[in-house]
Design a protein around this ligand. Structure first.
Ligand code: AMP
Ligand code: GLY
Length: 438
């Protein structure tokens, strides 16, 4: 009997649990969570609650249960070295060791890695410490517009983009100085213009396999207005490309990821096992890297795993055994639209502890995120609540199904109705066309 440890309590992990449940190996899932996710609970054979920094507690739980391997959902346990703690107990892990997870946890590590190994994809950038920040004025002098990124995990909310979050160069540099109060380094880089896409790749440290390309929507409000969030929703297309993306663009992102994978092995002497999720931007000059995440995306997981046709346990085993090249990984040729239900006021002033009711008798799939199942029902936290997913032959139909699902979640909630609509997608195509114009 295969037992698997699943770490995480979000919609991403709910989708991972559902995918494991479909496996012909009929695995038993043991969930380590920060809070009781009602979706994951329906699949879990055993549960332990604890913090994601308690890597020894996680490893002890895995050992006690006797799991074959672990799958790590969020970045936080990876940052704290959960894969290292599990390895000490002889338990393999889908998720990189701490040194390799720097791919996500340190933006300066990743930018420097690309530079050192002459891998294309970096914008013009420089990394500053408290000692060297005085040189930032000279660095930005010749850059038209720039972006400031604290060097550490900020849940996608610490990045400031000129024109969006600050206006003048002086304001940008003042923010960079502010970042240095909490972080050892800050990155300043040229602002790129284009359309973003997420390319999540599975790897055993050698073979790298791309999953369908997805586009996330970071801004809180419709028409891409408002503050950045962890992601308000996402879509993917039946051809596994995006309406503004060619196969060559995706290949370019995949090539960068393959080279980074090789460079990571050279640096650490240890294979990266897990997901390398590249956030890329298609620009006039080619595909550029915005950042890497060392895990599945949230919401992007909900676009790819529900359409995975290959047995996920077989894939995980092949990743652990360095045999990923032997598995033909297939995804259904379907369109997917995911819309996140969030508490009213999210992210700046979210309503706290509100209850929601979900009528799941729809064609949509519902993935529970930062909610807690209690005796009297499902309670929201200040974060994203439910990922609602439509899957169909066309984007129009997938969007309609997702929207119908959203209308069945009752409570003080909000979602972006525009995600996956023809109108918003046309805007993306027009934006890309205007950038590519000679
Ligand atoms: P990150 O946390 O690095 O993904 O950054 C968050 C968001 O900031 C990205 O999704 C982009 O929308 C934006 N961003 C980051 N870096 C750049 C850049 N060099 N040029 C333009 N936008 C950027
Ligand atoms: N979709 C953004 C993230 O997973 O970080």
């Amino acid at each position: 009997m295969t037992k698997i440890l699943l770490v995480g309590n979000g919609a991403r992990e709910h989708a991972i649990a559902e995918t494991l449940e479909k496996s012909r190996h009929r695995p038993r899932i043991y969930a380590y969570m920060k809070a009781n996710n009602p979706g994951i609970l329906t699949y879990a054979e055993g549960v332990e609650l604890g913090s994601y920094s308690a890597t020894h507690q996680i490893a002890a739980f895995a050992k006690k249960v006797g799991v074959e391997f672990a799958i790590i959902g969020p970045e936080e346990p990876l940052k704290h070295g959960v894969a290292d703690a599990l390895a000490k107990e002889g338990i393999p892990c889908i998720g990189p060791k701490r040194i390799l997870a720097q791919l996500e946890t340190s933006k300066s590590f990743t930018r420097s890695l690309l530079d050192t190994y002459k891998i294309p994809g970096n914008p013009l950038f420089a990394s500053f410490t408290r000692e060297s920040i005085a040189n930032a004025d000279a660095f930005v002098r010749d850059i038209r517009q720039f972006v400031v990124k604290p060097d550490g995990l900020t849940g996608g909310k610490g990045v400031w983009v000129q024109g969006d979050h600050f206006r003048t160069k002086e304001e940008g540099i003042a923010y960079a100085r502010e970042c240095l109060q909490d972080h050892p380094r800050v990155i300043i880089e040229e602002k790129l213009e284009g359309e973003e896409f997420s390319l999540q790749c599975l790897t055993d440290g050698e073979t790298v396999v791309a999953m369908p390309a997805v586009q996330d929507h970071k801004r809180a409000f419709e028409d891409d207005k408002g503050p950045n969030t962890g992601g308000m929703g996402s879509y993917s297309c039946p051809d596994h490309l995006l309406p503004f993306l060619t196969r060559k663009d995706v290949e370019e992102g995949l090539e960068i990821t393959k080279k980074v994978c090789r460079a990571l092995y050279e640096e650490a002497g240890d294979p990266y096992i897990g997901v390398m999720y590249g956030g890329f931007m298609k620009t006039k000059k080619g595909v550029r890297l915005i950042e890497y995440n060392a895990r599945f995306g949230d919401p992007e997981t909900m676009n790819v795993l529900p359409i995975l046709k290959t047995d996920f346990v077989d894939i995980c085993r092949a990743m652990i055994d360095s045999k990923l090249e032997t598995v033909g990984i297939e995804f259904a040729k379907k369109a997917t639209v995911c819309k996140y239900i969030v508490p009213e006021g999210y992210p700046s002033n979210p309503a706290k502890g509100g209850k929601i009711e979900v009528d799941e008798s729809a064609d949509a799939y519902f993935y529970y995120a930062a909610v807690e199942g209690k005796e009297d029902g499902i309670h929201m936290s200040p974060s994203r609540a439910v990922g609602v997913v439509g899957i169909a032959d066309t984007l129009e139909e997938a969007e309609r199904i997702a929207e119908d699902g959203c209308s069945r979640v009752k409570g003080k909630v909000y979602h972006r109705r525009d995600i996956g609509t023809r109108q918003l997608i046309q805007k993306r195509i027009d934006h890309m066309d205007s950038i590519m114009k000679p």
